[in-house]
Structure formats: C-alpha cells, structure tokens
Design a protein around this ligand. Sequence first.
Ligand SMILES: Nc1ncnc2c1ncn2[C@@H]1O[C@H](COP(=O)(O)OP(=O)(O)OP(=O)(O)O)[C@@H](O)[C@H]1O
Ligand SMILES: [Mg+2]
Length: 128
Amino acid sequence: MGIFLNTTIPYEAYRAVASTRFFVDKSLMIEELLNGLELDGQRYVCITRPRRFGKTVMAAMLAAFMGKAADSSLVFDRLAIAGKEQYKKHRNIHDVFYLDLSRMPENCSSYGSYISRILNGRNPQICP
Ligand SMILES: Nc1ncnc2c1ncn2[C@@H]1O[C@H](COP(=O)(O)OP(=O)(O)OP(=O)(O)O)[C@@H](O)[C@H]1O
Ligand SMILES: [Mg+2]
C-alpha cells in the first residue's frame, strides 16, 4: 500500500461520515458517474460546489466504493447503490489514486515543493 495508491484513507473517512446520525445517502451519484463513464465515455469529471457542500466526502465515497484497499460492503450494502446493476460490477475492484490537495503535509511550505516531491518520486509527506 502506497501513500496515494490504494490507501484506506478515503474508506475510513467515508465510513466515519456514514455512521453519523445526520448522514445523507448520496450513493446514487456513483451510478450517475459510472453511467457517464460507461455509456457516454466521459473520462474526466470536475465537480464544483460552494464550500462545505460535501465535495470531499463525495470523493471519499467514490474511492471507498471503487477502490480495492478495503472491503466497503459493510458501508455500502445498506445504501441505495446496493440495489443497482453497477454494485457488484465495480465495488472494490479498481486501483484508486487518491490525492487531497486541500492542505499540505506538515513542514511543507508551498504547493510547488509538495508537487515536485510527488513528481520526483520522493515521499511527498516529507517536504524540505
Ligand atoms: N452525505 C453526507 N451526509 C452527512 N454529512 C455530510 C455528507 N457529506 C458531507 N457531510 C458533512 O458536511 C461537511 C462538509 O463536507 P465536505 O468537507 O465534504 O465539504 P466540501 O465541499 O469538501 O467543503 P470545502 O469546500 O470546505 O472543502 C462535513 O462536516 C461533512 O462531514
Ligand atoms: Mg473539501
């Protein structure tokens, strides 16, 4: 398991939100995105929303669903996506690269140094 490839970070984050009292099941968005990919050939998706509208949680949901880092059936079996065709076809079988650029690691003074660490293949969590 790497730092960005197939980590359990998004699964843990989504599982935590999914266990709260005020959790809202937005899992049918997975169906919409997969239909866009499979039926319409949309390979790139940009999701924009105002602050605090759930973008990060949605990214974690997608990674938790698609990724093979953790068996997410305990979370998704009870959600709406479980009744859809794509459920068995796509859950936990994909390699997922999950990179959150909303904040820098400790000791990292700029996004430039953070990104060059990634490009140079060094541990991007340790910045000069
Ligand atoms: N499906 C959901 N059910 C319940 N709470 C949620 C859900 N999605 C997001 N939240 C909560 O709403 C808040 C904002 O979510 P999130 O951090 O994903 O938003 P964001 O759009 O990424 O915000 P920002 O623009 O600040 O990065 C968080 O407290 C999160 O736990
Ligand atoms: Mg966010």
